[in-house]
Design a protein around this ligand. Sequence first.
Ligand code: 5CA
Length: 435
Amino acid sequence: MLWHFSMRASRYFMATLKEIPKEAEIISHQLMLRAGMIQQVSSGIYSWLPLGLKVLKKIETIVREEQNAIGALEMLAPTLQPASLWQESGRYEDYGKELLRIWDRHEKELLYGPTAEEVFTDIFRKHIQSYKHLPVCLYNIQWKFRDEIRPRFGVMRGREFLMKDAYSFDLTEEGAHTSYRAMFQAYLRTFRRMGLSVIPVRASTGPIGGTLSHEFQILAKTGESTLYYDGAIDDAQRACLEDYEPFYAMADEQHNAERCPIPQERLVTSRGIEVGHIFYFGTKYSKAMGAHVMTSDGKKIPVEMGSYGIGVSRLVGAMIEAFHDSNGICWPVSVAPFPVAIAALGPSYATEAETYYRSLMEAGLECFLYDLPKSQGSLFAELDLVGIPYQVFFGESWKHTSRVEIKHRSSNERTFLSLEEATSFLTQALTPKNP
Ligand code: 5CA
């Protein structure tokens, strides 16, 4: 069967590199290149190689499941948009050089969407005219393009990148705040499932517009923003609280030392990477584009909107910034390209490793048979570099005690188990815990 071949190193597309690529300034970019996850095609534009795409898809799935869980409806808008929609909303001139403009053979102007408020507002206005169909929230997970002046840090600031963008439509401002809050909580659950600590910070709204906005920042030394937040957030996160109003958190110039209400000793300063951004902007687009709904007493009013982004491809890099050590990536099980790898430490164990690999695959565990004829040193190094969370070895312990060695990548703990025990240990370890 084909899957027996595809999940084994000898048949896989392992594009790992020994040297640290010179062009990569930060650890996540270096590790993504060294682990063979991506390859640059042009400045800020990457191909996702098989191993990298697996991680991207797993992150995408978590994002999708948590959007669906709050009742947001998935659809798919195109990457190309007509410039005329942006002229209608008034953003065409404002967006400047980041907007990639394209002319088709009829001299009709298109653009590669950097975001999609106009497209979604246009869909809404063509299909929904009554309060009876509200609230509604539509989203898609689609590639975006921003002609960034300085693409850098690999997929963290690319020109082409994958974004989850959602758009909520409500009758009233109060309703829009309820949608905003539901999305806010979905974001906390999404990032928690990825094992990330995330700080929601009050933000300015920039070219999206509006009055209320939060950025979701994960803590990392290489982050582009400086965060100032109430240390009580860390405790609230540990307690899985989903209320955010009481806490102070600001980024960069939004923070004002004089006006900060938090006592100095409770204020935490840290660097952060923005992985999500949500906006409430009321009727900015619905007024400009004529997206009106009928109220219960027959009045026509512009619909209340918000938009909600997650940088899906950026998250791959951001997660590596959060989860790595000097040997490579330490993926949490929830997004690992393969949660388990099996390797024979010497040709005499190859058949047993293969048989065990097949039995785990049949039990529904996603694993990778590392069957390359390499030295033990380079085998260990490669599995650690690509960050496989559980590594099962058939070696000395198997020979002498009929127990395999299971190495846990991030803690480096080793356990010696019979095959039967190993299967139940791995089944347990791979079962998602309720976050
Ligand atoms: N329309 C709104 C929300 S749908 C919007 O576009 N928001 S945004 O500009 O903040 O982008 C949403 C998320 O996309 C950001 O939080 C960030 O995680 C990601 N992102 C933005 N620019 C880039 C980029 N150049 N490379 C990778 N990810 C990016």
